[in-house]
Design a protein around this ligand. Structure first.
Ligand SMILES: Nc1nc2c(ncn2[C@@H]2O[C@H](COP(=O)(O)OP(=O)(O)OP(=O)(O)O)[C@@H](O)[C@H]2O)c(=O)[nH]1
Length: 343
């Protein structure tokens, strides 16, 4: 029997490295028998998030329930890529009970929510909620704050100027669209910083939105997937810096993929990456490395200067080994110098 119930969709937003994939992994591990499908959109088309989730071997998550939309920015290509992908999921004999979308860390959630207001989607789907994952430690360090002096000078020259900091703009757009805000990485924050950041967020968001403190994206799936917000009915309450425009400015960001030879040891490699992240203001680094003589592949994750590494699974027979990293930063990122330092 075909159910007339609309399929709920949860949109997971949050800046680069905030912990979206970690949250979804925890969700998959704790989803019980619920039939979930994931749509993953990544900035920089290496498909690393999908690889991480596929590599996790969680039984409740067969690989073909993970759909990658790697080309371009989901919020700007909703009609071309996204609507057909979601139609295809709904047409499956074992159609998902709930769809979770991980947007890229640079995507604005509002245009995506807007797509669910289109008649063909709204008839069959509802946005259960937009969940914003926040890197609390990065916010506490002032990563998303405008430099007040610089901004004052620029505003004096151009009074219509809103923000000078594209990071802040994306961060705020994501917060303003949320039905639930997860202040994540609390393990890296002391209680006073947690309180300050939570208060700042509450002051930024005009609606009463619940803010929960998390570490490692650990939150009860019943809460995460049970917001019942019907966000598509409520677009006006979600202001965006880009309300007047279609889409947003991709020129603010640079991203490239580095193909490197096998490395000798994880420690020195990651230390070098951390130094480069600091020197060149790299926002996000992620990928896999081949370590000479090791049967496992090394997962490398960098958020600002905070680097993590760990072997995630054995290389498969016939799989091309190697070291591939996505590097993301603001416009003007010095690819040549970064690449030269690593070769
Ligand atoms: N200390 C700490 N690290 C975390 C936490 N959550 C995630 N991380 C780490 O932060 C890094 C980025 O996490 P991801 O889950 O990949 O972040 P993301 O938001 O999916 O990143 P993008 O897809 O690049 O936007 C990884 O190294 C995670 O292990 C947390 O609560 N505490």
């Amino acid at each position: 029997m075909t159910s007339l119930r609309k399929t709920p969709v949860t949109i997971v937003t949050g800046f680069l490295g905030a912990g979206k994939t970690t949250l979804i992994r925890h969700l998959l591990e704790n989803a019980g028998n619920r039939r979930l499908a994931l749509i993953i959109n990544e900035f920089g088309d290496l498909g690393i998030d999908a690889e991480i989730l596929k590599g996790c071997g969680i039984e409740s998550c067969p690989e073909d329930n993970i759909v990658e939309l790697a080309n371009g920015c989901l919020c700007c290509t909703v009609a071309d890529d996204f609507a057909p992908a979601i139609e295809a999921l709904l047409a499956r004999p074992d159609a998902p009970e709930h769809i979770v979308i991980e947007t890229s860390g640079l995507a604005l959630p509002k245009p995506l929510v807007k797509a669910f207001d289109w008649p063909e989607l709204r008839a069959r789907l509802t946005v259960d909620g937009v969940v914003a994952v926040i890197d609390g430690a990065a916010v506490a360090e002032g990563r998303f704050a405008d430099d007040p002096d610089k901004l004052a000078a620029q505003r004096a020259a151009d009074p219509s100027l809103d923000h000078d900091n594209p990071l802040e703009e994306v961060y705020e757009d994501q917060l303003l669209c949320a039905d639930l805000i997860l202040l994540n990485k609390t393990d890296l924050m002391d209680p006073a910083a947690q309180e300050t950041v939570a208060a700042d967020i509450a002051a930024t968001v005009p609606r009463a939105v619940k803010i929960l403190l998390t570490s490692g994206g650990k939150i009860d799936p019943a809460v995460l997937l049970g917001l019942h917000a019907a966000a598509e009915d409520d677009l006006a309450a979600r202001p965006s810096h880009h309300d007047a425009e279609d889409g947003h400015d991709h020129d603010d960001w640079d991203s490239f993929v580095l193909d490197l030879p096998a490395i000798d040891a994880p420690g020195p490699f990651v230390a070098k990456l951390a130094a480069l992240a600091d020197q060149f203001d790299i926002i996000r680094l992620k990928g896999f490395a081949e370590v000479t003589g090791k049967p496992m592949r090394l997962l490398v994750q960098g958020v600002g200067t905070r680097l993590q590494q760990g072997f995630d699974r054995p290389w498969k027979a016939g799989e091309a080994r190697g070291t591939r990293l996505v590097v993301i930063g603001q416009k003007g990122l010095d690819r040549a110098a970064i690449e030269a330092a690593l070769r």
